[in-house]
Design a protein around this ligand. Sequence first.
Ligand code: HEC
Length: 109
Amino acid sequence: MVKKTIISLIAMMLVLSISGTGFAFEPGNERKGKYLYRSNCRTCHKDGATATPLGPNNKTQAQWERVFAKYERLDCAKEWEKFSETDRTDILTYLHSHAFDSPTPATCD
Ligand code: HEC
């Protein structure tokens, strides 16, 4: 009985340590998120002509989480309407994985 509890505790800790690699949300498909970002966000957030140039490393992971939690407040909120919740999670996964304070910061180029 005790042994079983210990084993399930260890299993739980393993699962948590694998899935809990810095994500404060359920991560989605990073590759798809990158594609969606480049074809739908980067179009405007590129050279400053239309909007602030933005890439993953322009914000911290916490900042990106806040952007996606309250995207309705952005000036471009209307542009987000075509995305499903899954799309948004995928885009956030991409930006979050390469954010300023992530292990692998990156621009969008
Ligand atoms: C049609 C052009 C357009 C598209 C497409 C677009 N945006 Fe924007 N976005 C803007 C404009 C204009 C602003 C307000 C001016 C600014 O801050 O650059 C803005 C503001 C923002 C801001 C706040 C400014 C900042 O630097 O924090 C964020 C974050 C943002 N957009 C992210 C996104 C993301 C992510 C997508 C894709 C899901 C997206 N935008 C799609 C035009 C666009």
